[in-house]
Structure formats: structure tokens, C-alpha cells
Design a protein around this ligand. Structure first.
Ligand SMILES: *Cc1c(COP(=O)(O)O)cnc(C)c1O
Length: 455
């Protein structure tokens, strides 16, 4: 393969590439880190430096980089065909993967609709839920057009998924473009929106949700939730039993439950899907990120026979789901996903994660020694460490101090790639990382926080 002078690449990166979620004015002043290769738990840059991938390349990598079985599956599929359309045609890997997904997801999810990003998987779920109520029982429920979502939610960056989002930093500017949405309080126990203490609150936030449903259920199509962990909000972990109660309320008030498992799916929480922890079957489920083991863009929206059947009819009845993306069901991406599912079985994932989850838990306890650690949240292999200016008052650092950003730059110097969410330091290790590698991730993160915030 042709190699390029790293200095030229840096120059061209600054000159030509606009990076996502990035203030480019700041970015172009820092030395860009340009990745050339991956190997297991490591990313290797164009100068040959090795870094542990502490956030699974933005929450996607499952079995490690450059995995021989995944590489092989993709190459084999390439020699057959790279792409054919799913509009009116079928292809082999998309069929096999749909069958597999139906088998491994919570019961009742029997139909698979493909797309290529988490945001599109959500967009599809919202449109399906909306159209379902328009068409069910001759439109008797046509007033059910709204959505309930949680404060602080993140469901992707298309206009529909931003509409059900709740992060004012990301979403505020687009407000005039968005459809209206009903917001329930987030189960953010560290900064409880109802100003209650976690022990003894009786999950009052769910009572608020019930009030909202009681008042509005006649106009609500669906509730969308990130089960167990609100990821992009800063790894906000819901208390045990929360999801179960949300499911019960949705059933009681005839509101569809959309589980956005884009981040939490495929083993991250210690189970294959987060819904399993509380025995919940959603009406719609969104999958992306880890679905291909972190190899290729692919997403799926799964739903029930009940919802699917509301779209059936003669062509002239116009009950069709008029939605699709050009690369829907791409055979190479589906082949990668199938190979990833096989690896889950071969490696005994996620069942074998428990010792690693425990290692993280124990390792994180020592972080309380650092005076600016305000909260440590962990669910399985997902970790958020919230840094605060004052632990007593939970006062945040001023934005301009860029504490989170400075911590990850320190980590980078020490050979670890992580990415913060504001001042929440996120760890999302690759599921196959060794215990030694996990200890390194913890050690470097500890040192980096200490270096920036003082002991
Ligand atoms: C990342 C994420 C999305 C968006 O996925 P993209 O592939 O970036 O569009 C949606 N929902 C959740 C919960 C996510 O974490």
C-alpha cells in the first residue's frame, strides 16, 4: 500500500476535513492524531505509535481491531458481491442476519428493517410507530402522533432523532426545525432533576412519567428510551427496576416502547441487550454501533408482528412503509455482522465478561481518592467518571477550562485514546480487552485525571 508523509497528511487533514462534533478552530491548532492501523485493542498512528482504544472507536469495536475472522468474512463476501439493493430484491447475508437478529433479541421482535446508522434506525422506529397508529383499526387512533422521550436523551443527529433528543448543547440551535416532544425527567440520580436523594425517592421520576402519560396518552404514539444507560448524556445509569416500570407504564397507557439499544446493545452492559436485565420486550428496537463488531456502518430496527401487520394491504390502500436508504441491507456489512454474531458464540460473550466488569468496578473504587471525581457510574463495560470543581457542592468546572478535553490529551500522551462527554470521562473498553489491558486503561485514566485536576 502507498504510504504518505505524515506531515503532509496532517496538513491535508487541517485543510480538507471537517470533523464531526469538533470545534475546528481549536482542532487545527492541535496536532492531529492520524490512525493508520489497528491491532486487537490497539490503534496505531502514521508514526507507528500505539494507543489502547479505550472507547472502542466511539463505542463500536467489539472483538478487537483487524480480527482475522471478521476480515475473512468480509473478503469472502467481497468476492461474491459488494452491494445489491434491498428495494424489491433480496440478498443472502441480509436474510441470514435478519433471522439471527430475531433469534437473539427479546421475544416478540420478529421483523428486521435495515439502515446504516443509529440515527436512521431511530428515525425508522419513530416513523413506523407514527404510521402504525394512523393505520391501525381504520385510523381510530389517528390522534396518537406525539413522542415521549427523556431529558438528556441522545438518539442521533438527523432531524427526527434530534427532535426526541434532550441535550440542549447539541440540540438547542435546531429547535425551530424540530417536532414537538414530551419530556420526562431523566433518572440522573447524581443530579436528580426532582432534587431528591436516591435512597428513599421511590423512583419519583417514574411517577412524573406516569402523570405525563395519564394526561397525554391519547396523543402519544411511543416513548423512546436508551435502556439502562443514557450514553451521550454522560453515562447516566438508571436505577434497577426503572426500565421495567417504564415498560409497564407503556403497556398500561397503550404507548409503544422504542428501545434505542444503539449504544448499549451487543454486550456492553454485560448482557447481549440491555433490555434483558429487566426482562423487557420493547415494541421496537434500534440497533447499530456494535452490530458489525465495529467494522462497517449498519443498523437495524426490529419490530413486532402486530406493528408489521398494520402496514399490510393492497398496493392501492397505500399502507406501505415508504422509507429506505440506498445501501439498506448492504451484503458486506451484513456478512460482517453475521461473523460478529458467530464470534459472540465462540468467545462466550457476553457471559465471560463478568470478571472484567468486576475488575473495572474494583479499579474504579480507587478513583475516589481523586478529590475532583464527583460521581462514578458503571454499567457492565460502560463507565462515566464525572469530574467536578467541588465535590461537596457538585459544582461543575467552567466550560472554558476544558477539563475533560485536557484529561484525554494527557491520556493520549500516555498511550490511551479516550473521548470525554463534557467533563465526564468515558471508558468503553473493547469487550475482548485482556485484564492487563483493562488495568492499563484504568491506570492511565487515573494518572491523567490526577495530572489535570490535582491530587
Ligand atoms: C450513537 C447513538 C445513536 C446514533 O448513532 P449513529 O450511528 O451515530 O447515527 C443513536 N442512539 C444512541 C443511544 C447512540 O448512542
Amino acid at each position: 500500500m502507498q504510504t504518505f508523509d505524515p506531515v503532509l497528511l496532517e496538513q491535508w487533514d487541517r485543510q480538507y476535513v471537517w470533523h464531526p462534533f469538533t470545534q475546528m478552530q481549536q482542532y487545527v491548532q492541535e496536532k492531529p492524531l492520524i490512525i493508520a492501523r489497528g491491532e486487537g485493542s490497539y490503534l496505531i498512528d502514521v508514526e507507528g505509535n500505539r494507543y489502547l482504544d479505550g472507547v472502542s472507536s466511539l463505542w463500536v469495536t467489539v472483538h478487537g481491531h483487524c480480527h482475522p475472522a471478521l476480515n475473512r468474512a468480509i473478503k469472502e463476501q467481497l468476492d461474491l458481491i459488494a452491494h445489491s439493493t434491498l428495494l424489491g430484491l433480496a440478498n443472502v447475508p441480509s436474510i441470514l442476519l435478519a433471522k439471527k437478529l430475531v433469534e437473539i433479541t427479546p421475544s416478540g421482535l420478529n421483523k428486521v428493517f435495515y439502515s446504516d446508522a443509529g440515527a436512521t434506525a431511530v428515525e425508522i422506529a419513530l416513523k413506523m410507530a407514527f404510521q402504525y397508529w394512523q393505520q391501525k383499526e381504520g385510523g381510530r387512533h389517528h390522534s396518537k402522533t406525539k413522542f415521549i422521550s427523556l431529558a438528556e436523551a441522545y438518539h442521533g443527529d438527523t432531524i427526527g432523532s434530534v427532535s426526541v433528543g434532550g441535550m440542549s448543547l447539541f440540540h438547542g440551535i435546531f429547535r425551530p426545525l424540530l417536532f414537538q416532544c414530551l419530556h420526562a425527567p431523566a433518572p440522573y440520580c447524581y443530579r436528580c432533576p426532582l432534587e431528591l436523594e436516591k435512597d428513599g425517592c421511590g423512583m419519583a421520576c417514574v411517577d412524573r412519567l406516569e402523570e405525563l402519560m395519564g394526561k397525554h396518552h391519547g396523543e402519544v404514539a411511543a416513548l423512546i428510551i436508551e435502556p439502562l444507560v443514557q450514553g451521550a448524556a454522560g453515562m447516566i445509569t438508571a436505577p434497577a427496576g426503572y426500565l421495567r416500570r417504564v415498560r409497564e407504564l407503556c403497556t398500561r397507557y397503550n404507548i409503544l416502547l422504542i428501545a434505542d439499544e444503539v449504544a448499549v446493545g451487543f454486550g456492553r452492559t454485560g448482557r447481549l441487550f440491555a433490555c434483558e436485565h429487566e426482562g423487557v420486550s420493547p415494541d421496537l428496537m434500534c440497533l447499530a454501533k456494535g452490530i458489525t463488531g465495529g467494522y462497517l456502518p449498519l443498523a437495524a430496527t426490529l419490530t413486532t408482528d402486530e406493528i408489521y401487520s398494520a402496514f399490510l394491504g393492497k398496493p392501492e390502500e397505500c399502507r406501505t412503509f415508504y422509507h429506505g436508504h440506498t445501501y439498506t441491507g448492504n451484503p458486506v456489512a451484513c456478512a460482517a455482522a453475521l461473523a460478529s454474531m458467530e464470534l459472540f458464540e465462540q468467545e462466550g460473550l457476553p457471559g465471560t465478561l463478568q470478571p472484567k466488569i468486576e475488575l473495572l468496578r474494583r479499579g474504579l473504587e480507587s478513583f475516589w481518592q481523586l478529590p475532583h471525581v464527583g460521581d462514578i457510574r458503571q454499567r457492565g463495560m460502560m463507565v462515566g467518571i464525572e469530574l467536578v470543581a467541588d465535590r461537596e457542592t457538585k459544582k461543575s468546572y467552567p466550560v472554558q477550562e476544558q477539563v475533560g478535553h485536557r484529561v484525554i490529551l494527557e491520556a493520549r500522551r500516555r498511550g490511551l485514546i479516550i473521548r470525554p462527554l463534557g467533563d465526564v470521562i468515558v471508558l468503553m473498553p473493547i469487550l475482548t480487552m485482556s485484564e492487563g489491558e483493562l488495568n492499563n486503561v484504568l491506570e492511565i485514566t487515573f494518572e491523567s485525571i490526577a495530572a489535570v485536576t490535582g491530587h
